[in-house]
Design a protein around this ligand. Structure first.
Ligand SMILES: Nc1ncnc2c1ncn2[C@@H]1O[C@H](COP(=O)(O)OP(=O)(O)O)[C@@H](O)[C@H]1O
Ligand SMILES: [Mg+2]
Length: 285
């Protein structure tokens, strides 16, 4: 019997950005990846390695031009994303794949209440929901927002950064996406809140049977969240495998260099080492 197709199937994805007076920037240089329903993967790599460009290309969220996206295959839940019309893409976004970004303040509309923003998301993707307020309350509770009735009427500036990010997660998840892409979702938050948000995402993913792509430049936070890791370096995946395996037996010199940058637990005033690219090149990375 044939096994069911993976939820996400990427083959030879390339993303470049056109520039006026120079050759295009090649941000993603042939990424291939499969993700099964319910599976979670962390995409790890330093800033500029092409993580966000990869993630945004999945739902064609990059304006084309200046972006140019090609792939021999780009499928989400059986939809051929590259061959889709604009209206087809709008249905895939939110319903099949949803995003949570780094800065909740830039993603939330400052002049709309929590109720209006989550409500709009629901109205668009689950118009069949009759009692919208009850559904919004349900999700606010699920993402750990205290006093949800009160928060319903709040504007973004009345909430802390951590609460704003919880609202973003509620907005994404209330549409029942099959895949959530969280692009550095905790980078703007302080360390204790980062941990809470990561635990929240891990728990919701398990409860909902949802797939998760977690993008991060921080190796330290992925152990409890990701089944697998893909390490990106200069637009390519240089290593991929089960999280525990990659963390304990990294094969690629770049992965080892990244792991060396993770401050060791308990080390006081741990300084982040920067990666020595010249040394990596000498190793043939
Ligand atoms: N909108 C854009 N226009 C031009 N270049 C871009 C754009 N977005 C990203 N890039 C370039 O693509 C490369 C990868 O960026 P990005 O995917 O954002 O990296 P990461 O998320 O890993 O930090 C970088 O060289 C970046 O400068
Ligand atoms: Mg990024």
């Amino acid at each position: 019997m044939d096994s069911p197709p993976p939820l996400l199937r990427i083959r030879d994805l390339k993303v470049s950005f056109r520039r006026h007076d120079a050759p295009p920037t090649q941000a993603v240089k042939g990424v291939s990846l499969d993700l099964a329903q319910g599976e979670s993967i962390a995409i790890v790599g330093e800033s500029g390695s092409g993580k966000s460009a990869t993630a945004l290309a999945l739902a064609r969220l990059l304006p084309e031009p200046p972006a140019m996206i090609t792939a021999s295959e780009l499928g989400i839940a059986g939809h051929d994303v590259l061959g889709m019309s604009a209206s087809g893409l709008r249905k895939v976004r939110g319903k099949e794949i949803a995003y949570v970004f780094q800065e909740p303040t830039t993603s939330l509309n400052p002049v709309l209440t929590v109720r209006t923003q989550v409500g709009e998301s629901l109205a668009l993707h689950r118009p069949e929901v009759k009692d919208r307020d009850a559904e919004i309350l349900h999700w606010l509770q699920k993402v750990g927002i205290t006093e949800p009735e009160k928060r319903l009427r709040a504007y973004p500036h009345e909430l802390s950064g951590g609460m704003q990010q919880r609202v973003m997660i509620a907005m994404a998840l209330c549409c029942h996406p099959k895949l959530l892409v969280a692009d550095e979702p905790t980078t703007a938050l302080d360390v204790t809140i980062q941990k809470q948000i990561m635990e929240l995402l891990a728990g919701l993913r398990r409860d909902l049977g949802m797939s998760l792509i977690l993008i991060t430049h921080n190796f330290g936070i992925i152990r409890d969240v990701a089944d697998r890791v893909a390490v990106m370096f200069r637009g390519q995946i240089v290593e991929t495998g089960p999280t525990e395996e990659v963390l304990s037996r990294p094969q690629h010199p770049y992965t080892r260099a990244l792991l060396d940058c993770v401050p060791k637990m308990g080390a006081r005033q741990a300084r982040l080492r920067t990666i020595d690219h010249a040394a990596l090149e000498a190793l043939g990375a």
